[in-house]
Design a protein around this ligand. Structure first.
Ligand code: XMP
Ligand code: MG
Length: 183
């Protein structure tokens, strides 16, 4: 696909690369202050969170550990059912660790609701969430997200790690996917 074809698939840029960079810097300063003197384990959720993880981790001044999980939600069509399967588990033992889950987007909230419960059962000392994006109008469960980038409208977005059928992940901005692409 050339860049003109990609542009035709997008209706609007919602969050620019520069806005993301500025926001992650702001969140990183808060995280540094909140975890001062403690060892932090960043847990990224594959694959959508790779860009947030890479940029947030490098924005953080103190040493952090990084680990990854891959999960998939079962359910009909494109909507999350809340029933989650672990495709790749963490390598780390969580007992006594301060864990910060790093996510791309909170949609219904069902995935993160399940994930925080699952990680809590492994004996972490603390579990908090950092998510770049949230769709407040799509929430099915309340998620207590301590570090949030942007609230966005309830539309399907791609870029900065977010995909449609594995495409558009490497776009630098977050943009709304044109309905003609998926309907
Ligand atoms: P829930 O509904 O459980 O879903 O909060 C979270 C996961 O669903 C994916 N998701 C999206 N992916 N554009 C995407 O590319 C979107 O607008 C979108 N909304 C949800 C994503 O993997 C997220 O972790
Ligand atoms: Mg995700």
């Amino acid at each position: 696909m050339d860049s003109r074809e990609i542009e035709a698939d997008l209706t609007e840029v919602l969050v620019t690369e520069q806005q993301i960079r500025d926001k992650l810097a702001e969140l990183a300063r808060r995280i540094e202050a909140d975890y001062e003197g403690r060892d932090l384990l960043l847990v990224g959720v594959l694959k959508g969170a790779v860009m947030v993880m890479a940029d947030l981790a490098r924005e953080l001044k103190p040493h952090v550990n990084m680990d990854w999980m891959a999960v998939s939600s079962y359910g009909a069509g494109t909507t999350s059912s809340g029933v989650v399967k672990i495709l790749k588990d963490l390598d780390s033992d969580l007992s006594g660790r301060d864990v910060l889950i790093v996510e791309d987007i909170i949609d219904s909230g069902l995935t993160l609701s399940w994930l925080t419960g699952n990680l809590a059962s492994r004996g972490a000392a603390s579990i908090e969430i950092c998510a770049l994006l949230r769709k407040p109008d799509a929430a099915k469960v309340e998620i207590d997200v301590k570090y949030l980038g942007f609230d966005i409208p309830n539309q399907f977005v791609v870029g900065y790690g977010l995909d449609f059928a594995e495409r558009y992940r490497n776009l630098r901005d977050v943009a709304i996917l044109a309905p003609h692409v998926y309907s």
